[in-house]
Design a binder for this molecule. Structure first.
Ligand code: RFL
Ligand code: PHB
Length: 391
């Protein structure tokens, strides 16, 4: 089988890339190790930044997002006794949208299906070959057990943090940077109306807590827990008690409304960057090249920004034989990657507590400055609501 771009991974990066390439008349084949149902039901990100929404609008995929998503002007930043609203719209004239990654993936998958995109789900033994030649190819075993080889002009590694693409960059050129945090998130999804109009990020001496949402009837909440926490040690009552304590701020009689928990899981927190994001005919995008802790809501948005940079680069390469954008892809994408890596690390370290009382005082001082100074608040707003694509 032959195509122009072989895309590994049908997450947001892979599906969006196939869509953007198709708009330019470029053929691609997508391969995915999971089933379509699994990919479409995976609970992941919830916040879309300004440029992500703009891009989805531009490619005609903003309709359901505009109808069913919720536009937020900003976030609440809180610590005991104080809750402050950081108004992104006022500060930087940009907003964010609450619209689950599951919904973005559904919209992308429906659009690709309508366009007749070839996607192989449930493949095994994915391998990339000959990426430093002009004739790279991908091999895999399809869902019926057939061995398949796809020859392509280019391979796009959009296969997340567990896929084979990142390891196809040889050790002699590959550099990695990594930080593992000494805490994890316990995330829950609950069938209850959110107790807040916009997201709450809360510093508390018991640990960080966050109140997010998916819709008017579904809440998404997170608690900082120690690494290695067994989810079974957290009963629903224990979760709601901890959330009430950490999210409570002792003012205006605010209370957290509990409800039936439909999903709970523990998520480790990691920062990871691999460079270069291009090696020969292999281009990495999204979580395949970098991971950020979820505190800054950047992972999905960064995957979208990578692909928005990669698609024109591949179009110039394949249609005009102009490799200049492809040559600068890695450096171009990495500027934003490092900005978001720093922002996610900064939000994470500002809000997650440790046993060190000195650290706690520094965190509280920083929170007071961010919430109380226009310069501090604007820095958070500009990064959270998202820098323009190409920054
Ligand atoms: P994905 O979504 O992981 O997709 C990669 C796809 O590749 C497939 N794959 C393979 N396919 C073929 N052969 C193989 N050998 C393969 N190995 C893997 C996988 O099955 C998968 O379908 O990566 P992509 O497309 O780069 O997208 C990245 C985002 O999914 C990720 O960054 C975000 O979910 C991160 N994230 C958040 N990002 C935000 O922007 N805002 C948020 O609010 C936010 N919240 C979150 C998050 C991630 C979370 N978790 C679970 C880590 C909240 C959480 C809890
Ligand atoms: C979510 O809704 O899942 C979410 C929102 C904001 C974050 C992380 C996760 O920073």
């Amino acid at each position: 089988m032959r195509t122009e771009v072989a895309i590994i991974g049908a997450g947001p990066a892979g599906l969006l890339l196939s869509h953007l390439l198709a708009e330019q008349g470029i053929d691609s084949v997508v391969i995915e190790t999971r089933s379509q149902d699994y990919v479409l039901s995976r609970i992941r990100a919830g916040i879309l930044e300004h440029s992500t929404v703009q891009l989805l609008d531009d490619i005609g995929l903003g309709t359901r997002l505009r109808a069913e998503g919720q536009q937020h002007r900003g976030i609440y930043l809180q610590w005991p006794e104080e809750r402050h609203h950081i108004d992104f719209t006022e500060l930087v004239d940009r907003s964010v949208w609450v619209y689950g990654q599951t919904e973005v993936t559904k919209d992308l998958a429906a659009a690709r299906e309508a366009a007749g995109q070839q996607i192989f789900y449930e493949v095994t033994d994915t391998a990339v070959h000959e990426v430093d030649t002009e004739s790279p190819y991908v091999s895999f075993v399809d869902s019926s057990g057939r061995h398949v080889r796809i020859d392509a002009a280019v391979i796009a590694g959009c296969d997340g943090s567990f896929g084979p693409s990142r390891a196809a960059v040889p050790d002699r050129v590959r550099q990695t940077w990594e930080r593992t945090y000494p805490y994890s998130w316990l995330g829950v999804l609950a069938d209850v109306a959110p107790s807040t109009d916009e997201l709450i990020y809360a510093w508390h001496s018991d640990g960080f807590a966050m109140h997010s949402m998916r819709s008017a009837t579904v809440s998404r909440l997170y608690l900082q827990v120690p690494n290695g926490t067994d989810v079974n040690t957290w009963s629903d009552d224990r979760i709601w008690d901890a959330l009430s304590t950490r999210l409570g701020h002792g003012q205006n009689g605010w209370t957290l409304q509990p409800g039936p928990i439909t999903d709970k899981s523990v998520l480790p927190m990691r920062s990871y960057v691999q460079t270069p994001m291009r090696h020969g005919r292999l281009f990495l995008a999204g979580d395949a090249a970098h991971i950020v802790p979820p505190t800054g809501a950047k992972g999905l948005n960064l995957a979208v920004a990578d692909v928005a940079t990669l698609a024109p680069a591949l179009t110039a390469l394949l249609r005009k034989n102009d490799g200049s954008l492809a040559d600068s892809y890695s450096d171009d994408a990495l500027r934003r990657v490092w900005r978001c890596t720093h922002f996610s690390w900064w939000m994470t370290t500002m809000l997650h507590t440790s046993d060190d009382p000195f650290d706690a005082q520094l965190q509280l001082s920083q929170l007071r400055w961010v919430a109380g100074s226009e310069a501090g608040a604007t820095g958070l707003a500009e990064n959270y609501a998202g820098l323009p694509i190409g920054f």
